[in-house]
Design a protein around this ligand. Structure first.
Ligand code: NOJ
Length: 585
């Protein structure tokens, strides 16, 4: 029965053939109740980007005390855990992903005591806490790198990083043709202590982020100490930056990535394995890290940031003796199409279950165009390089928000663990109109403004519409300017307002928990038009309309709706959760 053909109002019970074969809980790491599972298998984890969450000291950059003071908002939202992007000592050349001391807090964000206070408050509130670890590269300001520069070629200090002789008669050419993910060459040449032109060092990202050499046992054991430092301080786990990049192919062969490699770099969607991503050797590192985590009580987790495709390959990061979760970027990159959503959901559940891991789901983070804008982008303005005032055909905000709300309703009903990025619960769009002089992403500088980069998704949050910097900072300072119309997105404008995006998220999270959707078993429902995502999980039926015309809804209790419903029709770009048992003929 197609919903557009039905006279009524019923939702057929799916027949045997409609339903995806249920997974075997024993072999596939699933369980029948959320209570039987380790917390991270079903958790909703909220990403706090410290620079932009809440500013406690008025300098315009968010900080740890600011976060601590606002943590109760996350409890009210209904998330299970917080992932903190880097707050370590750092010159902030890449917003903290350039670490100069892995075991201290940058004064910009506070002190170790502030971290401890945050940890304690999170525990009090029942929130788990995951921190970000950046092992692929350090900052060039790290003492390790400064010592490497001061030492001679071939020294143990140089061996911590990827120093190589240049090509050409005088070593004047970089060792290979690799490009930085942020644009420009991936190699920089140093001047030796005696003033002569010297070796080159590899930096897959900015020149201020030299890659560490993970074939060096010193690097490996040093990071085990870093893990222990934070585990001893009570963190529940680590989001591991560039978890696909630590090991490079022997001989560092030349490689040219495809032009549309996305904001986090090359090789996605093609058969070749880039010589700097996804090399087999990384897995031994994760096994070593896993053994350290397993020494600690309390289900500590490793989460891979690994831009690896296809998903079947990504599953290698979450084999039982490696990491616990990997971000599902294939899901994030899926467009607003029911067929594509069905495909990626099916393949995610299948491949992660095949190694006993939960699938994760994510729609936004600090590296991509916010999904309230991204889902209304078109072929002429793909998200890969960010969007700004000169991008062609900018997304229509209302369309983007409608799709984002519906996409979130789909995501939060899926079995597994979901990640939210701060501000998406307010429906924040990408800030497109940032003035050029305000931009800070190294991508912007390294491409001479050809790529906008990621500043547009990092603008500080609006908390109170009538306060300076919309409540982000008492002084009104904000490291990136907030668009004037963000007063309408402020949390206090949405709190308690039926139909607001904040209340939609709160309801979805409460229902997800009540109906144990994170531990659910997804069954596709057939008979709907191709444009409809239609599935059942436990006693909830989810329908999302990715088409352009409304589809008829069955008569059922509506648990959640992303748009006001005017009669038994699901508008385009809307989603509903229905009580399955209430669906009648
Ligand atoms: C991935 C992080 O999410 C991104 O923000 C950062 O620029 C790169 N890794 C380099 O650390």
């Amino acid at each position: 029965m197609s919903s557009t053909e039905t006279t009524g109002d019923t939702l057929d019970s799916p027949s045997e053939t409609d339903v995806q074969a249920p997974a075997d809980p024993e072999t596939e790491g699933l369980a029948t109740s959320a209570d039987d599972l380790e917390w991270w298998r079903t958790a909703v984890i909220y990403q706090v980007y410290p620079r932009s969450f809440a500013d406690g000291d008025g300098d315009g950059v968010g900080d740890l005390p600011g976060i601590t003071a606002r943590l109760d908002a996350l409890v009210e939202l209904g998330v299970d855990a917080v992932w903190l992007s880097p707050f370590y000592t750092s010159p902030q050349a890449d917003a903290g992903y350039d670490v100069a001391d892995y075991t201290d807090v940058d004064p910009l964000f506070g002190t170790l005591a502030d971290f401890d206070a945050l940890r304690a408050r999170a525990t009090e509130l029942g929130l788990r806490l995951i921190v970000d670890l950046v092992p692929n590269h350090s900052s060039s300001a790290h003492v390790w790198f400064r010592e490497a520069l001061a030492a001679a070629p071939g020294s143990p200090e140089r061996a911590r990083y990827m120093f190589r002789e240049g090509r050409g008669a005088e070593g004047e050419l970089p060792p290979n043709n690799w490009e930085s993910i942020f644009g420009g060459p991936a190699w920089s040449r140093i001047t030796e202590a005696d003033g002569s032109p010297g070796q080159w060092y590899l930096h897959l990202f900015d020149s201020s982020q030299p890659d560490l050499d993970w074939t060096n046992p010193w690097v490996r054991s040093t990071f085990l100490d870093v893990l222990r430092f934070w585990l001893d301080r009570g963190v529940d786990g680590f989001r591991v930056d560039v978890a696909h990049g630590l090991v490079k192919a022997e001989g560092l062969p030349d490689y040219t990535p495809p032009a549309d490699a996305g904001s986090m770099g090359g090789g996605l969607g093609e058969d070749r394995t880039p010589p700097y991503w996804g090399q087999d050797g990384v897995h031994e590192i994760w096994r070593e890290w896993r053994r350290v985590l397993d020494e600690y009580p309390g289900d500590r987790v490793l989460v891979a940031e690994a831009w690896v495709e296809p998903l079947s390959k990504l599953a290698n990061w979450v084999r039982p003796d490696e990491m616990h979760q990997a971000f599902n970027f294939a899901y994030l990159e899926t467009g607003w199409s029911a067929a594509e959503i069905r495909r990626v959901v099916d393949s995610s559940i299948e491949v992660f279950a095949s190694v006993g891991a939960p699938s994760t789901w994510v729609l936004s983070n600090h590296d991509v165009v916010r999904h309230a804008s991204r889902l209304a982008l078109t072929a002429e303005n793909p998200q890969g390089h960010g969007i700004g005032p000169r991008s062609p055909g900018l997304p229509i905000p209302e369309l983007g928000l409608a799709r984002a709300r519906a996409a979130t309703a789909v995501m939060l009903a899926l079995p597994g663990s979901a990640y939210l990025y701060q501000g998406e619960e307010l429906g924040l769009p990408e800030a497109v109109d940032l003035p050029d002089e305000a931009r800070q992403d190294p991508t912007w500088f390294r491409t001479d403004g050809e790529r906008y980069g990621r500043d547009g998704c990092r603008v500080p949050l609006p908390w109170e519409s009538g306060s300076p910097a919309f409540g982000f900072s008492e002084t009104g300072a904000s490291w990136l300017p907030q668009p004037d119309d963000w007063s309408t997105y402020a949390r206090d404008e949405q709190r308690g307002v039926p139909g607001s995006t904040l209340e939609l998220y709160r309801s979805a999270l409460a229902l997800r928990s009540e109906h144990e959707l994170g531990a659910g078993r997804l069954e596709w429902l057939s008979g709907w038009s191709d444009d409809v995502v239609a599935f059942r999980s436990g006693d909830v039926v989810v329908l999302a309309n990715t088409g352009e015309v409304p589809v008829e809804l069955p008569v059922a209790d509506v648990l959640l709706s992303t748009m006001a419903l005017d009669g038994p029709a699901l508008p385009a770009n809307a989603a509903v959760w229905l009580r399955a048992e209430g669906v009648t003929g």
